[in-house]
Design a protein around this ligand. Sequence first.
Ligand code: OGA
Ligand code: MN
Length: 230
Amino acid sequence: MPRETLSAATHYHESAMSLFEREEVFTDILTDLQRQGWSVQDNVFSSEFIQALMAEAQGIESTNMLQAGIGRQQDHQLSLNARRDTIQWIDGDRPIRRDFLNAMEALRLALNRRLFLGLFDYEAHFARYEAGAFYEKHVDAFHGRSNRVLSTVLYLNQDWQQQDGGELVLYDERDSEHELGRFLPQQGRLAIFLSEAFPHQVLPAKRTRHSIAGWFRVNNSTGQFVDPDQ
Ligand code: OGA
Ligand code: MN
């Protein structure tokens, strides 16, 4: 490999890692995923970075957000999949967004190295739940019908209180009535779980709730079905 390429690659890796708050965060996520298929971690990113992401989320005019799709509703076996959030897909057109995608790229590489998941890429959108908004119980991918393997949700609101609602409720993959946990959308918290395995929902938020939802995907060629969020 030419020297320039090598040093560019090294520099890129270091800068993506520097966005994370803790070095062990990958180890914690990978261990949880291996053991139970899901992980919820706090203080994943540096506080400067998460605050910049929050400012970016808040700065999006609501007229530039899309009503999130409920596509494929007739196919859903678990629930109505009704939702009331608005979204904006993320690409690398602004530095803060590119930094976020670079950070998740570093996570993707770690997941592939350690868990051999063969993750091919990552897609993500900002999501905004205004007061009263929710997302009914659903799964993010259906067996054989999607290339989504791992779902991620990064929460952006500062000082989110119990009375603000908006919890993520995660359910057991074997018993979709059994709750694994309820998680407040606290700033810097990252939820990550196998997209096909874990039903989940968002309880009604009592104030505006900001997050970034994303999916690591494999590159299968059975892409004749459209993902629900698109
Ligand atoms: C989703 C989703 C959960 C959350 O966007 O598919 O389930 O806590 N989000 O925002
Ligand atoms: Mn979901």
